[in-house]
Design a protein around this ligand. Structure first.
Ligand SMILES: [Zn+2]
Length: 185
């Protein structure tokens, strides 16, 4: 560490982190892949030793204490039944979970290609692009679900395969079908 002053040291670390973001992320990912069990055990211990902070985070996400205890009881009492009920609640809000899965998939792919700049949230793209497909310019119906041709998708204007980035600047709302036919063109 080249600085003794904690403020300077902090600024140095922040600048280093900023400059080497992608390498650090790649290293972290590789460490996780190679030490999965150790990382998970550490996470479990962290939960136990920092219960206050974990609970505060749960509250921030809107998970109440009663809800949390109830979930734990239900999960322990009958794990299989609990998993089915989680699946059912996902089925009740398919759009919400579809968006989440889509965002996670795209994020993972962009990270694999080192193209990840920021999270791109479909609902924000939808607002920004006024609900219109960036490829055919016709409206996108948000109630349609994957893999419907006219369902919504995140299109990379310059494809990641050609060096495009996963960012708001390089994405637009598009019909899934338009997106796919663009990709195979
Ligand atoms: Zn379209």
């Amino acid at each position: 560490m080249p600085y003794k002053d904690p403020e300077q040291a902090r600024a140095y670390r922040a600048a280093y982190y900023e400059k080497n973001l992608k390498q650090i992320a790649t290293k972290k990912r590789a460490y996780y892949e190679n030490n999965r069990e150790l990382v998970q055990e550490k996470a479990r211990l962290y939960r136990i030793n920092n219960l206050g902070a974990v609970r505060a985070y749960d509250r921030k996400r809107g998970v109440t204490e009663e809800r949390r205890q109830l979930n734990t009881q239900r999960r322990l009492a009958d794990p299989e039944k609990f998993n089915i009920s989680v699946a059912n609640s996902k089925a009740k809000k398919p759009e919400k979970y579809r968006d989440m899965v889509l965002q996670q998939t795209q994020k993972r792919r962009a990270k694999q290609k080192d193209a990840f700049v920021e999270d791109v949230i479909l609902s924000i793209l939808y607002e920004r692009d006024s609900g219109a497909c960036g490829i055919c310019e016709k409206p996108v119906d948000r109630s349609l679900l994957y893999p419907a041709h006219l369902s919504s998708s995140i299109d990379h204007v310059l494809p990641i395969s050609r060096g495009g980035e996963h960012s708001y600047a390089n994405t637009q709302l598009a019909h899934l079908g338009c997106n796919i036919s663009k990709g195979t063109r």
